[in-house]
Design a binder for this molecule. Sequence first.
Ligand code: ZN
Length: 407
Amino acid sequence: MSTSSRRAWLRSLTGLAAGTAALAREAHVVEGEALAQTPAQPPVAASLALPDFEPRSMLHVPETHVERARFPVVDVHTHLTFRVRSVGGVAHGEAMRTLATPTEVLTVMDRRNVQTMVNLTGGVGSGLQESVRTFQNHPTRFAVFTEPSWDRITEPGYARWQADELGRAKASGARGVKVLKTLGLYLREQVTSGPLVTIDDPRFDPMWEACGALGLPVAIHISDPEAFFLPIDRFNERYEELHAHPDWSFHGKDYPSNAELIAARDRVIARHPKTTFIGLHVGHSSENLAAVSAALDRFPNFNVEIGARIGELGRQPRASRRFFDRYQDRVLFGTDAVPNGHQTPQQVFGDDLYTIYFRFLETEDEYFDYAPAKVPPQGRWRIYGVGLPDPILRKVYNQNARRLLSL
Ligand SMILES: [Zn+2]
């Protein structure tokens, strides 16, 4: 637009605005006369505190209640046991805490058609043996992963010991290795002090190689939602979540950026092509499916799991549906479920959690809650189902997991 025509255009807008204002004034006078004869309305507060705002959707749309998954489910991302001791975000020692008995968990699993649960945080050494023992009476219903012993990285010979230790873990019953975001965001050179240890630190190379040689897939969680790397301010779309859990913020200090963490992860995946990696939480980039797609295209040994990210997938249902179509052999079902009183609603193990996941995957329902909570806990939005066809649903629910985890 030329300068003179732009000016003319602006003038026409100003004229329009003035006319609208005059009309509004007129309407106000007429309305005011009418109001004078009706009883006063209760005043509407000029502002409302965000925690008090609980809008209820007025949409009239179909609601599907999916009581049982259409096909048996393998939930590859659960936490049934945890290490007892943690210092500065790094687990120490071998002692374990069990969060639920097999019987408690099986009741929900049977009701919802969950065939197998994979307990990723099975621990190390004697703790791992204990985790395996707790669930061993139901060998087709539970599988256990082991973890690296980050608390021992300063010991001489750690690199070789860790690789060998994974062989012993496999002999004890571990089906894979879980890597928490401890690596990259908490683990430091002197374990809890000093500079952060990078994800692609060469001292872990023997460990990644051992995973490939032993056939132990690596369920890896590095980085976090992009919003966790930004200031906790009014522009942050996960303000309430970060306000409730300020320790989840990795903004500032000496934290690497989200992009640096992902790049370091990619160097590890590239360096160990015979090792199978399962990128938890949609490869840690559920807000950026183009980036996840690029990683899947680049690395044949990379797969993803959807735990605690249906809030992200479900707010971009068309892109998600295309993603499931394209990578149907490499997406695994997971929830990140934690039994008994976990503080984050999107992870509380139980009937409600599973029905929401099934509704998201199986139906084309619109605008529903992604977590059993009064206010959406991972951002104030609702989600849309992707309505996967049966052949894809079967792969995501169980076939991909059975193949990758040899279940
Ligand atoms: Zn998890």
